[in-house]
Design a protein around this ligand. Structure first.
Ligand code: SF4
Length: 288
């Protein structure tokens, strides 16, 4: 078991000062941070989030922006479909929910771009609800401290697993963010810093750190991938206030024309890019 008192006292001392955790941040702004933090490190998210919420502090303000403006503001955070889904989410909240982010997990799950993790994260961090929130950091801490394993793949048992650890009462949301913080900063995937760990007991450590049964996941490379090509194509379109020709796009990736064509097709299919009547290309919403 994990003693909540250990984790909470540690969190009070060691938590990072992240802007979306400060007083006065609204549920919408927390939701924006959760969209941005999916697969993107805090250091890259922080400046984009700050300028984003200054420009578009509410769902209706975001919904009123063009998709192209949202894609430009997303900058180089990567996985730009998230930006489009965030815009769609803002639109639904503005129109159907009176510009207020719903607090109910089941309602949150009906919104564009919101999955099991994000729905519970918003309910917990924005509304202080006692709901289990499980990301890779939480899953790893519990795998190690409770189950004595190096890590665990996602499982249908995760939510129940975490729910049994949640303290009763108002400490539950803070306990959730504290365990997440512990996994992000101390009990990291590759080099856990057990000397700094606040947990009184850890089964994995007691067992002598048995090796993982599955090989460690390879770090995803970026160079040379379709993601990189998509990023380069979007850079051209973000930097232009008018549609661009095919030639202007082709020059960004000359090494593999088939890969470039595939990347451009995928941007069109994702609705991030559109083609004008005369065959040029533009960010979504700027092609007519
Ligand atoms: S003792 Fe080490 S492995 Fe166990 S939870 Fe703490 S940091 Fe992770």
């Amino acid at each position: 078991m994990i003693d909540p008192a250990d984790v909470l006292a540690w969190y009070d001392r060691e938590q990072r000062d992240l802007p979306w955790r400060r007083p006065g941040v609204t549920p919408w702004q927390i939701l924006v941070s959760e969209f941005m933090l999916q697969q993107t490190p805090v250091a890259r998210v922080e400046p984009i989030w700050l300028s984003w919420i200054e420009r578009w502090p509410t769902p209706s303000a975001t919904a009123a922006a063009g998709v192209a403006d949202v894609l430009r503001a997303w900058g180089k955070l990567g996985y730009p479909r998230r930006a489009k889904r965030l815009h769609e989410c803002a639109t639904v909240i503005a129109i159907e929910h009176g510009d207020e982010v719903p607090s109910d997990v089941e309602v949150l799950l009906t919104l564009p771009g919101i999955g099991a993790y994000t729905a519970r994260a918003v309910a917990c961090f924005a509304y202080g609800q006692r709901v289990p929130v499980v990301d890779t950091n939480v899953r790893r801490v519990i795998a190690r401290a409770v189950h004595g394993r190096a890590d665990s793949p996602p499982s249908s048992r995760d939510l129940d697993d975490v729910a049994t650890l949640l303290p009763e009462g108002p400490e539950a949301p803070r306990f959730s963010v504290a365990v997440m913080e512990l996994g992000a900063t101390v009990c990291t995937a590759r080099t856990p810093r057990c000397g700094l760990c606040p947990l009184g007991t850890c089964t994995w450590r007691s067992l002598g750190y048995p090796a993982a049964s599955a090989p460690a996941r390879k770090v995803q490379r970026y160079a040379g991938t379709d993601r990189q090509v998509r990023g380069r194509l979007l850079d051209v379109l973000r930097g232009s206030s008018s549609p661009v020709s095919r030639d202007q796009l082709d020059v960004v990736w000359l090494t593999d024309p088939a890969q470039r064509d595939r990347a451009l097709d995928s941007l069109l299919i994702d609705g991030l890019v559109e083609q004008t009547a005369d065959g040029r290309f533009a960010l979504a919403g700027e092609g007519s």
